[in-house]
Design a protein around this ligand. Structure first.
Ligand code: HEC
Ligand SMILES: [Cu+2]
Length: 358
């Protein structure tokens, strides 16, 4: 290639290699998603071919030389019915097929392991239940459903992993979730796919997929010694939450043990399910929904706790036992399925927690 400048040549090669028009398939849902995509591309290509063939052959067959006098065709019910029913059938197949995948994509399995990810201008911060923090990186094991609970600290971001075929908005003030099960170890791109300001294009990261064995080693070597719930426990003490939420009979606040997933009666009438979103609101805007039987005395913590802090408090409240203690859970892969994640508190078995493998 001596007639192309080496700089341009290098640029082209780099661009083609990194452009990744078709990213690898590295999650369980990816081949299913691609099958639908290929089906749609195939149907479009067949349609395109039929239309082009008809245009070309009609313009040859019915040109002015062969047919100097135009003949009016009054229509054919059979032909019209055919070109209505066949495409309708094809589109319905796409719709049902797409809907089935959609439900799969939006319904995490009950035993999925939960990782929190906070988006902010311009980085992704991940928090593992074992207390491992990462910035612009996320380590996950193969063969395990992972649910990512997303929130943004400032503006809208979008958490996208093309190799897994998943993408979900990270929204300020609201938890959203996305789940996947990685299948092939390797390093894949993480992108922010929502324009979020000057350095949006640099809001990228690495998704590192490891075998369960390697992942366990990584967890053990990356922990600071305290789990996310334990960080929450510390925060709970330092913010004096325990002044009102404690086990004393004259406590001014409700007992928080077992509150996660419970149905709470409100002073304004009605009930709410104390899920992640509700507990976050209860901490940041306590006066919005006051629990029945209590005075609205809880101060607001808006602006005083970072999103990571709120996440640590949530994780603490989710894992509380009746003495306001949480146990060491540094290595989440060892937990039996169903003992963590988004399942309501009632479905959990706290006794099975706390297995730290050497
Ligand atoms: C001055 C006492 C006081 C302090 C300090 C306090 N709370 Fe509360 N908290 C309450 C009361 C009273 C309620 C029930 C009324 C309501 O919903 O606002 C409550 C409700 C809650 C709820 C909703 C669950 C339920 O059963 O109603 C959560 C979660 C909560 N507090 C967490 C915290 C956290 C975390 C902190 C520290 C960052 C904290 N609280 C600090 C008094 C307090
Ligand atoms: Cu962004």
């Amino acid at each position: 290639m001596n007639h192309i400048s080496p700089t341009i040549w290098q640029f082209l090669v780099k661009w083609l290699t990194n452009f990744a028009l078709f990213p690898p398939e590295a999650s369980k849902i990816a081949p299913q998603m691609d099958a639908l995509l290929f089906f749609m591309v195939l149907v479009s290509l067949i349609g395109l071919t039929i239309v082009v063939l008809l245009i070309v052959s009609f313009s040859i067959l019915y040109n002015k030389k062969r047919h100097p006098v135009a003949v009016q065709v009054e229509g054919s019910t059979l032909l019209e019915a055919t070109w209505t029913i066949i495409p309708l059938g094809l589109f319905l197949v796409m719709f049902v097929w797409g809907a089935l995948i959609y439900f799969r994509v939006f319904t995490p399995p009950a035993n999925s392991m939960n990782i929190y990810v906070v988006g902010k201008q311009w980085m992704w911060k991940a928090e593992h239940p074992g207390g491992q923090h990462e910035i612009n990186a996320l380590h996950v094991p193969t063969g395990r459903a992972v649910q990512v609970t997303l929130i943004s600290q400032d503006v809208f971001h979008s958490f996208s992993i093309p190799a897994f075929r998943v993408k979900r908005e990270a929204i300020p003030g609201r938890y959203t979730t996305v789940w996947f099960e990685a299948t092939v170890p390797g390093t894949y791109h993480l992108f922010c796919t929502q324009y979020c300001g000057t350095n949006h294009s640099q809001m990228t990261g690495d998704i590192v997929v490891m075998t369960p064995e390697d992942f366990r080693k990584w967890l053990a070597s990356s922990t600071s010694g305290a789990s996310l719930a334990q960080n929450g426990e510390r925060l709970f003490a330092s913010l004096s939450c325990a002044a009102c939420h404690n086990t004393r009979p004259d406590a001014r606040g409700p007992n928080l043990a077992g509150v996660y997933g419970a149905k709470l009666p409100l002073a304004s009438g009605g009930t709410v399910i104390a899920d992640d979103a509700y507990l976050r609101e209860a901490i940041l805007n306590p006066s919005q929904h006051v629990t029945q039987g209590y005075a609205p005395i809880m101060p607001t913590y808006q602006g005083q706790i970072s999103e990571e802090g709120v996440i640590a408090l949530l994780e603490y409240i989710k894992n509380l036992d009746s003495d306001y203690r949480v146990q060491q859970t540094l290595n989440t892969t060892d937990l039996p399925p169903g003992s963590e994640g988004t399942a309501p508190a009632a479905a959990k078995a706290p006794a099975s927690k706390g297995t730290v493998k050497p």
